[in-house]
Structure formats: C-alpha cells, structure tokens
Design a protein around this ligand. Sequence first.
Ligand SMILES: C[S@@+](CC[C@H](N)C(=O)[O-])C[C@H]1O[C@@H](n2cnc3c(N)ncnc32)[C@H](O)[C@@H]1O
Length: 210
Amino acid sequence: MSKSDPFWDKKAEGYSQSPISDEESYKRKLLETQKLFSSGMRILEFGCGTGTTAIEHSAHVQHIDALDISEKMLEIGRRKAIAANVDNINFSRGTLTEFNAGSESLDAVLGLNVIHLLPNRGETLREVARILKPGGIFVSSTGCLGNSYLRFLKLLAPIGKLLGLMPDIFIMSETQLIDELKNAGFAIETQWHHGMDDISVFVIARKPHH
Ligand SMILES: C[S@@+](CC[C@H](N)C(=O)[O-])C[C@H]1O[C@@H](n2cnc3c(N)ncnc32)[C@H](O)[C@@H]1O
C-alpha cells in the first residue's frame, strides 16, 4: 500500500478545526442520504477525511468502512469517533482500489469532496459499481470546475503544488461527471449543485438491479 499522503497529513489538524462552509447544504446532503439508509446496512466512505460525515451517519447503518490516504486524517477520525461513543466505524488507510472490497458486498458507497482529487477516476467509479450490491447507492459531492471561470485555477496548480499549497486536482464539468457515472452503469437519482459558481455537485446514483 502507498505511504500516508504528506499533503493531507499536513492539512489534517487544520481541516478538522475548520467550520463546514455551507451548513445548510451539508445538512440537506446528510438528510437526503440518511433517508436511503436502514439499520442493517454496511457502507463505505473513501476519502473520509477526519470522519465528520461517517460519524454523522453511524447511527443510521450497521457498519462503516472509512478510508483515507492520510494517516493523520484517520487518527483524528478515530479520536473523534471515540469521543462521540461511536464504535461501528473502521478507519483504514488506502484508496478504494487498494481496499479491494468484495464484489456486490456493500449497500452504499460515499465519496465526498474527493472525486476531483483522483488520478484514476474512471477506475474508481468502476470499482464503486463492482463493490455495490445491485440496487446500492453511490453518494458523491464533487467540485466540478470544468465550466466555471475557476477552471483557470489549474494554471496555478503546478506552483501551488510546488509550494505545498494545493493538491493535484483533476478538472471536470458537471456534465462530464454525470456521463462518467452513467458509463460506469449508474442511474442518477438526485443531482443538485451549490456554492461559489455552483461548482459543488451533489449526486446520488444507483446501481441498477440485474
Ligand atoms: C477535501 S478532503 C474531504 C474529506 C471529507 N470527505 C469531507 O468531505 O470533509 C479530501 C480527502 O480525501 C483524501 N484523499 C485524497 N485522495 C484520495 C484517494 N485517492 N483515496 C482516498 N482518499 C483520498 C485526502 O487525504 C483528504 O482527507
């Protein structure tokens, strides 16, 4: 398995202290997701960060595998789960493909604010489709800069990365993301956006029954 990611390790403590930027949209996402959960479900979140959302969802499902490439993020997540008396989240380091969950073993997969960071987006979306049970859901929230003036951030990315200020980002439009989800076999059930220039795209996509 790859080493803990130094960029996100450095960010972890600050990330865990920073307030949620759009509380209203965050709550709406939690509610729309939790409406689809039931107490026997086994779910997985990749790119879980410091576990805030996994902890929010923990009472609504049976078990959560929470993955991240940063050991520091996971350490904070484990600490927060203990403080919240939550014992059904297993935090482990790695990417979704490294985790290699069983085929059709999960009721839901979450990838929140992480898809634009994936160098292997197509492979990851196919992996989500493989590990979900038929009828299972993929919940994602993604910064889609493709049609926004913010796409020019990409020009700053090499300098930002060199200075340790930015991670690698992969720019796509909302339409491109939706097409890629459909190509991976998903049916889109919920889709809305919010935030600066509407770049944050929330999607609930379902793997069809056979
Ligand atoms: C912007 S943070 C989002 C954290 C959390 N999902 C949230 O919404 O607050 C991105 C997280 O994804 C993790 N990450 C980046 N690339 C990843 C990958 N390929 N696989 C798993 N986690 C990744 C980072 O370590 C970081 O914790």
